[in-house]
Design a protein around this ligand. Structure first.
Ligand SMILES: Cc1cc2nc3c(=O)[nH]c(=O)nc-3n(C[C@H](O)[C@H](O)[C@H](O)COP(=O)(O)OP(=O)(O)OC[C@H]3O[C@@H](n4cnc5c(N)ncnc54)[C@H](O)[C@@H]3O)c2cc1C
Length: 475
C-alpha cells in the first residue's frame, strides 16, 4: 500500500516470482540489504494463499549435513562427477561457503532447525538427521510474515506469463495473469525467478522421458510448477543447464492420498514387478540415493511394483514403521501363494522368485541397523545387504508406484544467481534461485540438498539484487 492507503502499482525495486524456499529467502535478504529507504518488493505466487509455497510447503525438509553439521562433502563430488564438462564449479563452491551461514540466518529470523542424534539409516552421509522443525511449511509461514512485516506485498493467484527485456538490455518487468484472467504488469528494477521446475506439466515430462506423461507430483503444492519461469527466461535469451531429461522421483504407495506416502521397506526385503520377479539390487547403495533409483526402475517397468517382506525382516528393525509413510497398511498373508493371490500376481512365479532368493542368501547374521553384508550369491539381480530369507509368516506387501518431486533441467546461472544468456553473459536485472536453476546431471540427485540450495541461493539472489541496485545508484 502507499502512504495514502492505495495499492502500490509500481515500479517495484524487486519482483520475486515464487513463494517457496528460494523466493521467500530472496525477498527477505533483499529487504535486509537494500539501501535507500523503504524498498518496494512484490512476491508473486501462482497458487492461492492456502496452497502457497510450492514444494517447500510440503517437504519435511531433511538436510544433507554430515556428522559435524556441514554440507556433506560427497554432495560436491557427486554433482561434479555426474556433470563432467558441464559442472558449475562456482555454484558448488558458493554452496559450500554459504550453506551453514544460511541456516544460522534462518535461526536468527525465527525458523527452528532440528538435529536428531544417531537417527540416520545405515550407510548414510551422517549418523544424525537434520531438518527444519515443522518442515518447509513452518519456514513458509515464518518467512511470509517476516517479508510482509518488512514491507513486501504478496500477490497470490498471480501467474507469471512473461518478462520485459529490450534485446541486449536489462530485464525491466514481469507480466502476470491474475485469477480473474486479467493481465498485470509489474515494472521492476530487478527480478528473481524462484518458481520451480516443470514437474507439474505431464506433457513436458512425457517429452523428456518415457512414462513422464503418467507421473503425479508427490506434493499438491508442486502441481503449479509447470516451468513458466524457465519458458519466460528462455524467451528473452536465457541459457539453460542441467540434465534435460533428469528428475527426482520417489517410490510411493499409490493407494494413499497423503502427501509423500513413501514406501521403503523394500530396502530390507525384496521388490518384485507385476510378473512376480525381482528386478534390481534393493540395497545396492545408501538409502538417500537408492530410493530415487528404485522409483525410476519402477517407472521403467510400467509404474508398479510390490515390496515384500516376512516377519523376520521386520523383527528388530527400528525403522520399519516410520519409513513406510503411507496411511494404508500392508497386504498380509500366511503364505507366499496367498500373498500372490491377494496382489493379483502369478503364485508360481512369486514362489519361484522367493525360493531362489532364499537359497541364494549367504549364511550370515541379519542386522537391520547396519550394512550387514548378508548378501546373495548366484542370482541376478543380486542383493548386497539384508538378504534375509523370507520364510516366516505373516508375509507382508506394499504396492509401490513412482511419483515426481522435481525436474533437473532449468536456467543457467553463475555462482551467484545471475541468469546467463546463451553467450554466458549475465542478463542484467535477472536472478534465479532454487529448483528453477539447472545443476544436476546424469539423472542423479544427492537427496537432502534441494531445500538447502533453494534457501542458500535465494538468500544470495536477494543480496546480489540489492547490491546491484546500490551500485547503479552510486553510478
Ligand atoms: C514431498 C516432497 C518432499 C521433499 N523432501 C525434501 C527434503 O527432505 N529435503 C530436500 O532438500 N528437498 C526435498 N524436496 C525438494 C524440495 O522441497 C524442493 O526442491 C524445494 O523446496 C524447492 O524450492 P523452490 O523455492 O525452488 O521451489 P518451490 O518451493 O516449489 O516454490 C515455487 C513457487 O513458485 C510458484 N510458482 C510456480 N509457477 C509459477 C508461476 N507461473 N507464477 C508465479 N508463481 C509460480 C509456486 O506456487 C511456489 O510458490 C521435497 C520435495 C517434495 C515435493
Amino acid at each position: 500500500m502507499t502512504a495514502s492507503g492505495e495499492e502500490w502499482t509500481g515500479p517495484w525495486d524487486l519482483v520475486v516470482v515464487g513463494h517457496g524456499a528460494a523466493g521467500l529467502s530472496a525477498a527477505a535478504s533483499f529487504l535486509e540489504r537494500f539501501e535507500g529507504g523503504q524498498p518496494r518488493v512484490a512476491v508473486l505466487d501462482r497458487a492461492p494463499f492456502e496452497e502457497r509455497g510450492g514444494s517447500t510447503a510440503w517437504t519435511s525438509a531433511n538436510f544433507r549435513l554430515d556428522d559435524d553439521g556441514q554440507l556433506d562433502p560427497a554432495w560436491g563430488k557427486i554433482v561434479t562427477e555426474t556433470a563432467g564438462d558441464e559442472v558449475n564449479a562456482g555454484y558448488v563452491d558458493t554452496f559450500y561457503e554459504n550453506c551453514v551461514d544460511t541456516l544460522n540466518w534462518l535461526r536468527q529470523n525465527g525458523v527452528r532447525t532440528l538435529t536428531i542424534r544417531n537417527a540416520a539409516l545405515p550407510g548414510m552421509f551422517s549418523r544424525h538427521g537434520y531438518a527444519l522443525q515443522g518442515g518447509g511449511r513452518a519456514f513458509v509461514e515464518v518467512f511470509t510474515e517476516l517479508v510482509q512485516a518488512r514491507g513486501a506485498q504478496c500477490f497470490y493467484e498471480m501467474d507469471l506469463v512473461g518478462l520485459d527485456r529490450e534485446p541486449g538490455g536489462p530485464v525491466t518487468g514481469v507480466h502476470a495473469r491474475a485469477a480473474d484472467g486479467s493481465e498485470r504488469h509489474f515494472a521492476a528494477r530487478a527480478v528473481v525467478l524462484a518458481c520451480g521446475g516443470f514437474e507439474g506439466d505431464r506433457q513436458k515430462l512425457g517429452q523428456r522421458f518415457p512414462g513422464g506423461e503418467t507421473l503425479d507430483t508427490v506434493s499438491r503444492g508442486t502441481r503449479v510448477n509447470t516451468g513458466r519461469g524457465i519458458d519466460a527466461a528462455v524467451a528473452i535469451g536465457a541459457a539453460t543447464a542441467g540434465d534435460f531429461s533428469g528428475s527426482h522421483l520417489e517410490p510411493v504407495d499409490p493407494r494413499s492420498e497423503v502427501t509423500e506416502p513413501l514406501v521403503s521397506s523394500w530396502f530390507w526385503g525384496i521388490l518384485v514387478d507385476p510378473e512376480g520377479k525381482r528386478f534390481m539390487d534393493e540395497a545396492a547403495t545408501s538409502f538417500d540415493m537408492q530410493f530415487d533409483f528404485v522409483a525410476k526402475e519402477i517407472l521403467a517397468r510400467g509404474g508398479r511394483a510390490y515390496a515384500i517382506n516376512d516377519a523376520s525382516v521386520r523383527s528388530g528393525n527400528p525403522y520399519f514403521e516410520f519409513l513406510n509413510a503411507t496411511d494404508v497398511g500392508p497386504i498380509t498373508a500366511d503364505s507366499i501363494e496367498e500373498l500372490a493371490e491377494k496382489l493379483g500376481l502369478d503364485a508360481a512365479a512369486l514362489r519361484q522368485t522367493v525360493d531362489e532368493y532364499n537359497a541364494a542368501s549367504v549364511d550370515a547374521p541379519y542386522d537391520a541397523t547396519a550394512l550387514d553384508n548378508k548378501h546373495t550369491v548366484g542370482i541376478a539381480p543380486p542383493k548386497s545387504h539384508w538378504a534375509q530369507p523370507l520364510t516366516q509368516a505373516p508375509f507382508e506387501a506394499w504396492p509401490v508406484g513412482a511419483q515426481i518431486c522435481f525436474t533437473f533441467w532449468g536456467l543457467k546461472v553463475d555462482g551467484t544467481t545471475h541468469v546467463l544468456d546463451t553467450a554466458d553473459r549475465p542478463i542484467d536485472g535477472l536472478h534465479a534461485a532454487g529448483e528453477i536453476t539447472g545443476i544436476f546431471h546424469g539423472n542423479v540427485y544427492p537427496s537432502g540438498s534441494s531445500v538447502l540450495r533453494s534457501l542458500t541461493f535465494g538468500r544470495i539472489a536477494g543480496q546480489e539484487a540489492a547490491q546491484a541496485l546500490k551500485a547503479a545508484a552510486l553510478a
